[in-house]
Design a binder for this molecule. Structure first.
Ligand code: EPZ
Length: 431
């Protein structure tokens, strides 16, 4: 397994191109199951999760082709992927694949909508909490799906097709909203999703489905209305820029000091996080080409945050912000409201000398003047990148183990940071 070695102390200066969003790319790829025609996705990030989902879709009979590099494109430009689900050959998603990536459970919705049946393994637990699927299944039941759970598999049937209905989510769920959108697009009649997730990735999926012929109104608000159609066609769609990658690098610059232009980033996708960073003392400006983050030599101010569904402060930036607060000039309270156990990074940050204690759903971080490099272990995707942020300012050397977590969601992390002056290298092999 690869490791990443970081020598702390360099300011970040330069340009970081922002990749297509992982959490938009995955549902968009899954939407290819809804049509016999070709779905072409541009600006697709090169990530382990994308490659794994291609294998999962391949198992259902989806063919794919990745377009070669065009003149003028750099290695960092997103890829163009053609997905072709003309013939669905298998409606089962096996445990071996679904257990490796929770989002693959979402294939249940398009398989049902198109084939009237599907058998998908329950995704199981993960390092950030129990993450049940009750709301995802409830949404499908509201659309007339019959469900059984047998030997760890959800067996779902809608032999006469899906029918529109009222879906009321008691809690905002991104995956539930993605599944409801896909299923309702091919249901008979009208569906209304109440308390829908408003995340930009939902809007991106809805935009793509509309290009494919779906009739969807209100994506990006809490009430989404869908009038079902009998079939969907092919489309071409560019994946939106990754707001979590944007926020991660913005926090890295706020941590190290420096001046970095995040090329292609869209500030409106993460305004709450950027406003919080401004309060810590970073200077943030933007134009139509991206977002610029600067911080001079002053101290980092401590700021309290609470995670919330969009447009609130994203849970996927909580660990990175905690890393920043370990060096702030006071006490910061960071409250996690989305996942009950998303604090696995606390004990690893403590290895750098960070002072953090947990009070139920809140981490109380007391800033320290220096962090010291240490061997640390990545536990999940966002937790691992928080360790990288800490390492960038830690005295001496840090080795981050189990970097496959990083490879799931950050494209060319070492190259992007290295190009801005960070001393980062990947060491192949080891534990
Ligand atoms: C998506 O996960 C993202 N994943 C997560 O990003 C992100 O943290 C999360 O949304 C919240 O923003 C992808 O987009 C691939 P949820 P999802 O359903 O859809 C509870 C990352 O690092 N819930 O919105 O699985 C659930 O336990 C990942 O990129 C139920 O109770 O999240 C949680 O407390 C990690 N029952 C809350 O809802 C259900 O049936 C929100 O989860 C479903 C969810």
């Amino acid at each position: 397994m690869d490791r990443i070695r970081i020598v702390g102390g360099s300011r970040l200066e330069g340009v970081i191109p922002i990749s297509g969003a992982k959490n938009a790319a995955l549902p968009l790829m899954i939407a290819s199951l809804l049509t016999r025609e070709t779905l072409t996705l541009e600006n697709l990030p090169r990530l382990a999760d994308v490659r794994l989902l291609l294998r999962i879709l391949g198992n259902h009979g989806v063919d794919h082709a990745i377009a070669g590099k065009r003149p003028g494109e750099s290695a960092i430009s997103g890829q163009t992927l053609h997905l072709d689900a003309k013939n669905i050959v298998d409606t089962t998603a096996p445990y071996e694949l679904v257990s490796r990536m929770r989002a693959s459970f979402w294939v249940l919705a398009p398989l049902l909508a198109r084939m009237g049946e599907a058998k998908v393994s329950l995704p199981g637990g993960c390092a950030i909490g129990t993450r049940p699927v009750d709301l995802l299944l409830m949404a499908l039941e509201k659309l007339g799906v019959g469900l059984d759970i047998e030997a760890g598999y959800v067996i779902a049937r809608a032999p006469k097709g899906l029918t529109g209905g009222q879906i009321v989510f008691p809690k905002v769920t991104v995956g539930g909203t993605h599944m409801a959108l896909m299923a309702a697009s091919l249901a008979r009649g009208d569906t209304v999703i109440h308390n829908a997730a408003r995340e930009p990735e939902i809007v991106d999926l809805a935009d793509c489905l509309i290009k494919m012929g779906a009739k969807i109104r209100g994506a990006g608000t809490s009430t989404i209305e869908i009038s079902g159609v009998t079939s969907l066609g092919g489309a071409r769609h560019a994946v939106l820029p990754d707001r979590i990658e944007t926020g991660t690098y913005a926090m890295a610059v706020a941590m190290t000091g420096g001046d970095v232009f995040l090329q292609g980033a869209r500030p409106e996708l993460l305004q709450a996080a950027l406003d919080t960073l401004t309060r810590t003392g970073a200077e943030i400006t933007s134009d139509s080409l991206g977002v610029r983050v600067r911080r001079g030599g002053g101290r980092i101010h401590s700021v309290d945050v609470m995670t919330d569904p969009f447009p609130g402060f994203p849970t996927d930036l909580q660990a990175q912000f905690m890393a920043l607060m370990t060096r702030a000039d006071g006490v910061s309270r960071i409250t996690e409201t989305i996942f009950e156990n998303r604090f696995m990074h606390v004990q690893e940050l403590a290895r750098f000398g960070a002072k953090i204690h947990l009070e139920h759903d809140t981490a109380v971080v007391t800033g320290v003047p220096t962090l010291k490099g240490a061997p640390v272990m990545a536990t999940d995707l966002r937790a691992s990148v928080s360790l990288v942020i800490a390492a960038l300012v830690a005295e001496g050397e840090t080795t981050v183990h189990r970097v496959y977590h990083l490879d799931r969601g950050f494209e060319q992390l070492e190259q992007k940071l290295g190009a801005c002056g960070a001393l980062v290298e990947r060491i192949s092999g080891g534990d």
